[in-house]
Ligand binder design. Structure first.
Ligand SMILES: *Cc1c(COP(=O)(O)O)cnc(C)c1O
Length: 353
């Protein structure tokens, strides 16, 4: 970062940003790409660029990040209405349900302009959408002239889990947002990639939203490393997640279906008893282990900066925390664990230790 060659990216002449955008577009097989400060801005810009007319409608899953965790920005800032369909436990939006969600060409209705999907799916515990699903969705959308935007915050994890090149996954969508700042290991940044005309609109929207960053080469430099080297580390992250899930499954009071762990996210529920998910996370934090209350359970995410030994230690800390005596100060039994805890009970829980 300190040695990055920089220019002024608002004027379009930061060489490191240009190199990252070109490499990112090539990597996901799209015409052009745009560096952004966050994934939320990437999804927002994608939806605004696809839905150029106010009163357009985007079809989203009820458990999608775009719908649950992005502050309703598409409606607030773009006048885009959400058309919400149920998310299947495996992260898919069923084609039957999508078909009934598309509005007729009728002045009473908002114009359906876009479908948004997520892969891997965060609230479905890192579920990976199959390539056959992606292909059939792509065919379904093409028949209706609808573009697809992929919230691919963790699309490189999806590609790794599928044993495919990421471009084979993104080939089935019109545009994709992916995070440099998550599993790929950069300190900051996301990329939106898609057709050149869409990205050109996105560039104007990025400026409008205050996301044009001048000497952004300092962000693009680690972004380039993340793009080139990050994907190689994801297999290990997934292996650590599977081992963590197996260790958790042997702890009395932990409810987890270890078979459901497909990528770097591990979610488990707790049998009614010693403590709530919020309390467990507080106890874990005191032991130096960070986890999030999540859909009535607890979520761990593995990444390059946690070792296999640290994952083992995390499971040991869960076991110890569950047998801790009594409540300590500040460990109030909250009904709601903040944004991540919000929502229905984690469906992946299965009985047994
Ligand atoms: C993290 C995440 C985002 C948004 O990324 P930010 O950089 O935190 O704004 C979008 N979608 C999914 C599925 C995510 O996990």
């Amino acid at each position: 970062m300190a040695e990055a060659e920089v220019g002024d990216d608002v004027l379009g002449d930061d060489p490191t940003v240009k190199a990252l955008e070109a490499a990112a577009a090539a990597r996901v097989g799209k015409e052009a790409a745009l560096l952004l400060p966050s994934g939320t801005m990437g999804n927002l810009i994608a939806v605004l660029a696809h839905c150029s007319e106010r009163g357009a409608e985007v079809i989203v899953g009820d458990e999608s990040h775009t719908y649950v965790y992005e502050a309703g920005g598409m409606s607030v800032l773009g006048g885009v209405a959400f058309n919400v369909v149920p998310t299947q436990p495996n992260g898919e939006l069923s084609l039957e349900r999508l078909t009934t969600a598309v509005r007729p060409d009728d002045m009473h209705c908002a114009r359906t302009a876009l479908v948004c999907i997520e892969n891997t799916h965060n609230r479905c515990g890192g579920a990976v959408l199959s390539l056959s699903y992606m292909a059939s969705l792509s065919e379904w959308a093409a028949e209706r002239g609808l573009p697809i935007h992929l919230d691919g915050a963790r699309v490189f994890n999806a590609a790794q889990a599928l044993g495919m090149d990421v471009a084979d996954v993104t080939a089935h969508v019109t545009s994709v947002q992916f995070c440099l700042s998550k599993g790929l290991g950069a300190p900051i940044g996301s990329v939106l990639a898609g057709p050149a005309a869409l990205i050109a609109r996105g560039r104007r929207l990025r400026k409008m939203l205050g996301g044009g960053m001048r000497q952004a080469g300092v962000i693009a430099a680690p972004g380039l490393l993340a793009l080139q080297q990050g994907p190689q580390g994801l297999a290990a992250d997934h292996a650590k997640a599977r081992k963590l899930a197996a260790a958790l499954a042997s702890i009395p009071g932990v409810l987890i279906d270890a078979e459901r762990v497909q990528s770097n996210i591990v979610v488990f529920a707790l049998a009614p008893g010693p403590c709530s998910p919020v309390q467990l996370c507080a106890r874990l934090k005191r032991r130096g282990v960070l986890a999030a209350p999540f859909r009535g359970g607890v979520r761990f995410v593995t990444h390059r900066d946690v070792s296999a030994a640290a994952c083992e230690a995390a499971a040991t800390a869960v076991a110890a925390s569950l047998t801790e005596e009594g409540g300590l100060e500040g460990e109030a039994h909250q009904a709601n664990g903040g944004a991540y805890g919000q929502g229905t009970t984690w469906p992946g829980a299965r009985g047994g230790g």
